[in-house]
Design a protein around this ligand. Structure first.
Ligand code: A3P
Length: 315
């Protein structure tokens, strides 16, 4: 069942069988995505929204394409399908290895011991601010005039799309030691991209590790082309061109669905905004900050995630 939900003064969402999404998703396709049967060579990039999904998708894309950025939006969107948006059939037909984007919590994620799952965790202060800009920017949320005061409460209460932030992070944190899960922090990648890109390559594929050892400039290319400033050029241009032109007839079903969703609910934001650690300092009031910290300690205080955030001055 799909039911529209309006948060008072807040965004408009759609609950699909009880799971909250932004408008633009289709019930049947969402249902189908949950039944996807992962193939052995699948590489998943999983995050709570706004935690660096697009960035890490591009890192993985670059690793599988000699460090060369995608020639256009269609190529990227075909190589790196969005599971919940595209549905199982399109993802099953994606060229291999499929570099699959997903925001599913661990409990809902289609699993296989052979597929690999990269989970990217970002501190909730920057995530909340980034999600606020996203929610205001995409017209489907009908929140263009919305305020951070309202969105902050939505985030704190876990009323946003894709589930409560804290439950999402915890669901994957509990599996951080599974052999096919790589649990990463946005802030770590940002601080030492070379080290973490190498770690991602080694986790994904022995061939990538071999390539990195043989060609010293390979890592440099991936680091350079996944930098926020580079991505602001090519990724933004690719997406813009793709979404403003009619979609290719030959494009897979899921890509057409995404194109259609973007036409119905156009966005005034991009997936490459600031890309920094600490943007929250210019947005959150002292009271918001204190409340969020209290919640962090209550929900995640027992994990070593808080040590990472302390290291980066987030706590
Ligand atoms: P901000 O809004 O804080 O700038 P997602 O892709 O999951 O929606 O995440 C979007 C966030 O990742 C945005 O954060 C965006 O700017 C940031 N981002 C995108 N590309 C990045 C990159 N190359 N390096 C660092 N951050 C990046």
């Amino acid at each position: 069942m799909a039911v529209e939900v309006r948060i008072p003064n807040g965004p408009l969402y759609i609950d699909m069988d009880g799971f909250r999404l932004g408008r633009g998703f289709e019930l049947e396709t969402f249902r189908s995505s949950l039944t996807y049967r992962p193939q052995d060579d699948d590489k998943f990039v999983v995050t709570f929204p706004k935690c660096g999904t697009t960035w890490v998708q591009h890192i993985v894309y670059l690793l599988y394409h000699e460090g060369v950025p995608p020639p256009d939006g269609l190529d990227f969107l075909m190589a790196s399908p969005f599971l919940e948006m595209y549905g199982a059939e399109t993802v099953a037909r994606t060229r291999r290895p499929a570099l699959i984007k997903s925001h599913l919590p661990h409990g809902l994620m289609p699993k296989s011991p052979h597929a690999k799952y990269i989970y990217v965790c970002r501190n909730p202060k920057d995530t909340c601010v980034s999600f606020f800009h996203h929610t205001r920017g995409f017209s489907g949320y009908d929140f263009a005039e919305g305020t951070l005061d309202v969105f902050f409460e939505v985030f704190m209460n876990g009323q946003n799309d894709h589930e409560d932030y804290f439950d999402h992070v915890l669901s994957w944190y509990e599996h951080r030691s599974d052999p096919n899960v790589l649990f990463l922090h946005y802030e770590d990648i940002k601080t030492d991209p070379g080290f973490y890109i190498k770690k991602i390559a080694e986790f994904l594929d022995d061939n990538l590790k071999k390539k990195l050892d043989e060609d010293k400039t390979f890592l440099e290319r991936v680091v350079a082309n996944s930098d926020i400033n580079q991505m602001k050029h090519y990724a933004e241009k690719n997406f813009k061109e793709f979404f403003t032109k009619p979609v290719d007839d030959e494009a897979p079903f899921g890509v057409k669905l995404l194109h259609n969703a973007a036409s119905r609910f156009p966005g005034a934001v991009t997936f490459t905004r600031k890309g920094i650690v600490g943007d929250w300092k210019t947005h959150l009031t002292a009271e918001m900050n204190a409340r969020l910290e209290e919640k962090i300690m209550k929900k995640l205080g027992h994990t070593d995630i808080v040590d990472v955030w302390k290291k980066y001055g987030i706590l």
